[in-house]
Structure formats: C-alpha cells, structure tokens
Ligand binder design. Structure first.
Ligand code: GLA
Length: 387
C-alpha cells in the first residue's frame, strides 16, 4: 500500500473522518559542501524519493493530537496556542514548529489532528528530522493560510532544531526539503540564502546511497562541538585581520598566517572548511561541464577531509568509501551529512549498479556482519500537497 494511504487510513481510524490535507516532505542527499552551510558557504543538495507523509486536519476545539505512526507514539495537548515542549521528546520536531510560528506573533484559530510517518530511514543522514519540521510547517501554513514563505518555513524548521532539539544545524536540510525541484540539484549560497537549480543531467551516471546502519545522533555527538570549533577559529582570525564574520570571509593565506597562533584542532577544522569551500566551486563547475571523473575525484577528497581533518567519519563509513573505490566504474565515494554514521554517497556508472550493490554489500557484511540497505538517489520535488 502507498505510504500516504496508510497514514490517511490511520488518521481516519483515529479521528473518525478524513484529514483536510496530505503533505509529502522529502529527505535529501548532498552532492558536495559538507559542514559548509553553518560556515556560510555553498551546498549542493537535492530532495530524494524518500519522504515523510502527513495527514493533517483542523479540530473544532483547540487541542493538538499527533500520532507518530512509525514510532507508535502519541502526543496530546490542550491548547495549540499555549504549548510547552517536553525535553528530549520526539514531539519537539512538531511542537517546536508550532512554538516558532507563535513567536512570529501568529495564533491558530483551531487545534489540529496529525498522523505522520514515512520511509526515510531514521538516523541515516537523509534528514528525516528536517522533513518532519518542513512538512508540518508547510501543512500548517496551508490549512491556516499563514502566508509564510518557503524561506520562512526553512528558518522555522532550523530554529526548531536549535531551540527544541538541541542541534545547532545549518539550513541545508530543511532548505533542500522545501525548495527542491524534480531532477535538479540546488546550488545554495548559505550566506545570501539564494539558490539556483542545476539540471541533474548525470548522463550515464547515477548516485547510490549505502546505509552503514550506524545511527548518528547529532545532538549526542560532536556536531555542536564542530560548530564551536569553527567559531573559535573565526574569532582568532577576526582579531588578527578584522571584518571576518564567518569562515566564508577567510582565505587560505590568512589561515596559514595564523597557523602557529591557534591550536592544531582549530586549525584542522578551519582548513577542512576552506578546502571544502574550494571543492564545492570546483565540483559545481565539473557538474556544469558534465565532467564526472572530476566530480568523483572531488568527492573522494571531501571524504578524506571529513575523515582526517574534520574528524566526523567512523570506521564503517571509511571502510565503505575505501571499498567502493575498489569496484569497477565507481567514480567517487564519500560519507554524507553530519557524520558519525549514516550513508555514503557513491557516484557510479549506471551500467555498474547491480555489480556495485552486490559487491559493496558483500564486503560490508564480511567486515561488519551487517547487510547494508542500498538506495538509488532519485532527485525529487520538495515539500508539496498531495491532496
Ligand atoms: C547535518 C546538518 C546540516 C549540515 C550537515 C553537514 O545534516 O543538519 O545543516 O551541516 O549535517 O553538511
């Protein structure tokens, strides 16, 4: 059965009537530009055909009733305009969005019923959290005619992560979920928050995700630490050179001048970001020129940087990325997303798809005893209404 149908059926059996609206909110891949978003650099994500679906309806009273189908969890509160969040609870991804909308001075004239669930694997680095936040925000905006722009919805989703989930994430994930276009890659400038679309004309190539099944939990891991380390670098650089607000404003020469004055960890983190800034530009050019060999090489360098300089990889991801390159017709392989688990992104020749899946799966099973899930990344439309 289609997932959206399953969610709507649950909605009907729980609330006794059909919902007012069904929303599809996709997860994302990122071709290149890892950890550059919160350093005001560029990123190149796209939504994929894995998504969270929401059935949402207005209530006659002011209650909020949310059923998380996949988690088999239920949340209820009396007044949508007077919510408090529960620390460390799954419901924060939705309640936080309502609270952030309220902060804009908007009020809801009714309560809501919500059922949601989907097929974005949890903790796989495909941004299921951002999809939940983008999807519920988009749905509320529609049914209450709040007139919020997609950019406002992205900022609300990001603020939800910061204020109620505890991850000081950049804006890439929610932006990709909201703004993506089918068969296009977004080239997003995280400073101006402007983007353009690159047609995903990958010719005889395709992107394949291999899920290490190592679950990352960014809040529990080093994500926020990395963000602070970049900030420490910015402060030292600004003291010396002035006019430096983020690592976007820094060049390699300046960083090298400061190398002996800052601690080696801060240097490594900043060096990775500056290198990655450069790689995104080169990768973007390679994609425009359909130079997939080059794109693959750049992806490999990104993995190396993430593993050795930014230190957000893990042995499973390093193994998958190294092993992939031993297989014929694999042009590039790297860990993707925040790190410490999740998926590798692999650029391969389409003709090698079956062979690649078989070989990488076998190698991973032999080494770690885990059969990895493998997905072809079909680039999809961003959040939208499906009824
Ligand atoms: C996570 C964050 C994003 C981004 C990536 C790394 O997905 O949510 O904002 O920083 O990690 O590129």
């Amino acid at each position: 059965m289609e997932i959206s149908r399953k969610i709507e059926d649950s909605y009907v059996s729980l609330f006794g009537k059909n919902s007012d609206i069904i929303i599809k909110a996709p997860g994302r891949i990122n071709i290149i530009g890892e950890h550059t978003d919160y350093n005001n650099g560029f990123v190149m994500p796209s939504a994929i055909d894995k998504a969270i679906y929401f059935s949402i309806g207005k209530r006659a009273d002011s209650k909020v009733c949310i059923s998380a189908i996949d988690l088999n969890c239920y949340f209820e509160a009396e007044d949508i305009n007077d919510l408090t969040n529960k620390p460390n609870d799954w419901s924060n991804h939705l309640v936080g969005v309502i609270l952030e909308i309220r902060k804009l001075g908007l009020a809801f004239e009714n309560g809501i019923n919500v059922c949601f669930g989907g097929d974005i694997p949890n903790g796989a680095g495909l941004s299921s959290s951002a999809a939940v936040e983008a999807g519920i925000g988009f749905g509320l905006n529609e049914i209450f005619e709040l007139n919020l722009s997609l950019l406002q919805l992205a900022k609300i989703a990001q603020a939800t992560e910061h204020n109620y989930v505890g991850v000081k994430c950049g804006i890439m994930d929610m932006y990709a979920s909201l703004f993506s276009r089918k068969n296009h890659v977004i080239r997003l400038d995280c400073e101006s928050l402007e983007h353009d679309y690159i047609p995903a004309d990958f010719k005889e190539h395709t992107f394949i995700l291999v899920n290490s099944a190592v679950k990352h939990n960014l809040a529990d891991t080093q994500y926020n630490v990395r963000r602070n380390q970049c900030q420490t670098g910015v402060e030292s650089l600004n003291k010396k050179f002035g006019n430096i607000r983020t690592l976007r404003d820094v060049n390699l020469e300046q960083l090298e001048q400061l190398k002996t004055d800052i601690d080696p960890i801060t240097y490594k983190r900043c060096k990775y970001i500056l290198d990655e800034k450069e790689r995104v530009m080169l990768a973007s050019k390679a994609l425009d020129n359909h130079d997939f060999k080059k794109l693959g090489e750049i992806m490999n360098l990104t993995h190396e940087g993430l593993s050795t300089m930014y230190e957000v990889s893990c042995s499973e991801l390093d193994f998958l990325a190294t092993e992939a390159l031993k297989i014929d017709n694999v042009l590039g392989s790297r860990m993707m997303g925040g790190g410490f688990g999740g998926c590798t992104l692999n650029l391969i020749k389409k003709e090698a798809e079956v062979d690649f899946k078989e070989k990488i799966s076998l190698a991973y099973q032999l080494k770690f005893g885990i059969k990895p899930e493998i997905y072809t990344a079909n680039l999809s439309e961003g959040v939208h209404k499906i009824s």
